[in-house]
Design a protein around this ligand. Structure first.
Ligand code: SAH
Length: 389
C-alpha cells in the first residue's frame, strides 16, 4: 500500500473534510505510484487521515474516498456508496431523473452519474476513478437493472490526468435519444451527442421558479440549448416565447421538444447571443421577461476578468430589453464566480443600464447536486430572478 504523509503545516482543509491533497502539501511518499492506485494518507505524525486514489501526473496528488480506516476500496465500496447516493436522492424527491452521483459532494471525487429514468450516463474524470469503471458499472447494474449505460468521457479535463477522451456504450447498445419528464413536461435527452451528459438537470427546480412571472408575458430566452426554460414558459402561459442558441443542433432539439409538448406560442432561432442582444437593445426591442443561461465563460481563475465582462455585458443588454416592471431570469454555472461576485456584477449592470432592480429569488442548483460547505466546486450554480423597474 502506498503511503502519503502530509506536511506538518498543511492547512486544516484536508483534516476538516476537503478530499483533495495537492502535491505541494506532501512531505513524503512511501512506495511507487504509476498513477491510479489506492493510497493511504497520514499526517506527519502518522495519524490516519483517509484512503483515496493517487496520480503523480496530476497537481492533485490524492483524492480521498474514505476517512474510515475499516473501509476498503473495492467492488463492495462502490455498491454501498452508490446505494447511499440513491437513498439520498429518493429522500429528497429526485427519482425519475437526477444527478445520482455528484463527485466530491458524494465523496466520490470526479465521478458523475446522471440518471435519466432507466438509463445512466457516467463520467470518470480522473485516472484513479476511471480504473474503477467496471466496478461502477457493476454497481449500477446490481442496484438498478438499467436499460442502458453510456459513458460521456469526451471531456478535455481527462487529458490533464493522462487519459484519452472517449464515449460509448457500457451496456448493450440502445437508442440514445431518451424521453424524460420534468415538471409535467416531456423532453428528449440526447445522451450520445448532447452537451455534457445530454441535459442540464441542475436547473430542474429553477425552471419551475418562473411559473408566475411568465404568465401572459412576451418572453425571450437566450442560451436556450434544448429549450427547457422556454418550453416551461410557454407551458406556464406566456403570450409568446422566443429561444435563442448559437448551436443549430440545439435549436433543432428545442423545436422537437416544443412539438413534443404540443406548444404553439413558441419559436427558436439560431444566433450569437452577444450580437443579437447588442442589436436588439439598440433597436429598443422590448420583452416582459428575458432569461439568460450562458455556458461557463471561464474554466480558470486567469480568465475570470474576461468572464466578468461577459456576464456584465449580457446582463446589461438584457435589462435594456425589459419593459418596466418586467423580469430578468439570469444564471451563472461556474463556481469561479462566487454568489457575491455574481450579485455584484448584476448590480453593476443595473446601474449602468440605469434600471432599478428588486431581487425576487436567488437560488442554486437542485438538491440532487448537494453543496458541501468548504468544497467550493460543489456550489457552482447561481440562479437569480430580478424585477427590473
Ligand atoms: N438553458 C439550458 C442550458 C444552456 S447551456 C438548459 O437549461 O437546458 C448554454 C447554451 O449556450 C448552450 O446550448 C450553447 O450552445 C449556448 N451558447 C454558447 N455560446 C453562445 C452564444 N455566444 N450565443 C448563443 N448561444 C450560445
Amino acid at each position: 500500500m502506498i503511503k502519503v504523509f502530509l506536511k506538518r503545516k498543511i492547512s486544516h482543509r484536508i483534516i476538516n473534510g476537503h478530499p483533495w491533497v495537492f502535491a505541494n502539501e506532501v512531505e513524503k511518499i512511501e512506495g511507487e505510484s504509476a498513477g491510479g492506485e489506492i493510497a493511504e494518507v497520514y499526517t506527519q505524525d502518522k495519524k490516519f487521515v483517509g484512503r483515496g486514489y493517487i496520480n503523480p501526473k496530476s497537481q492533485i496528488l490524492v483524492r480521498l474516498l474514505t476517512r474510515n480506516r475499516a473501509e476498503e476500496i473495492n467492488e463492495k465500496f462502490f455498491i454501498d456508496r452508490i446505494q447511499q447516493c440513491w437513498e439520498y436522492r429518493k429522500k429528497t424527491g429526485y427519482t425519475e431523473n437526477c444527478r445520482l452521483v455528484f463527485g466530491e459532494a458524494d465523496s466520490l471525487s470526479q465521478l458523475i452519474i446522471d440518471k435519466f429514468n432507466d438509463y445512466f450516463v457516467i463520467q470518470t474524470l480522473a485516472l484513479g476513478i476511471d480504473v474503477w469503471k467496471p466496478a461502477i458499472v457493476k454497481a449500477i447494474n446490481q442496484i438498478f437493472q438499467p436499460k442502458g449505460i453510456y459513458e460521456r468521457n469526451d471531456v478535455p479535463v481527462r487529458e490533464l490526468e493522462g487519459m484519452l477522451q472517449q464515449k460509448g456504450f457500457l451496456s448493450e447498445p440502445f437508442d440514445t435519444k431518451i424521453l424524460i419528464h420534468e415538471n409535467g413536461l416531456k423532453f428528449y435527452v440526447d445522451i450520445e451527442n448532447g452537451q455534457k451528459t445530454g441535459y442540464f438537470l441542475d436547473q430542474q427546480d429553477n425552471r419551475r421558479a418562473i411559473r408566475h412571472i411568465v404568465k401572459d408575458a412576451e418572453v425571450l430566452g437566450v442560451f436556450t440549448y434544448t429549450g427547457t426554460f422556454e418550453i416551461h414558459a410557454a407551458h406556464y402561459g406566456a403570450k409568446s416565447v422566443l429561444g435563442i442558441d448559437i448551436s443549430e443542433n440545439a435549436v433543432k432539439q428545442a423545436i422537437l421538444n416544443a412539438e413534443l409538448n404540443n406548444l404553439k406560442n413558441i419559436q427558436f432561432q439560431t444566433a450569437n447571443a452577444f450580437d443579437l442582444l447588442k442589436q436588439w437593445s439598440k433597436e429598443e426591442r422590448k420583452y416582459d421577461v428575458v432569461m439568460l443561461d450562458p455556458p461557463a465563460f471561464t474554466k480558470s481563475r486567469e480568465t475570470l476578468p474576461k468572464a466578468d465582462t461577459g456576464y456584465k455585458e449580457i446582463n446589461l443588454r438584457a435589462k435594456k430589453l425589459i419593459r418596466p416592471g418586467g423580469f430578468l431570469v439570469t444564471s451563472s454555472c461556474t463556481n469561479l464566480v462566487s454568489p457575491e461576485l455574481f450579485l455584484q456584477i448584476i448590480d453593476e449592470a443595473a446601474t449602468d443600464a440605469r434600471r432599478k432592480i428588486r431581487r425576487v429569488t436567488f437560488q442554486t442548483q437542485s438538491a440532487d447536486h448537494p453543496v458541501i460547505p468548504g468544497i467550493e466546486t460543489t456550489h457552482y450554480l447561481k440562479f437569480l430572478i430580478l424585477e427590473v423597474q
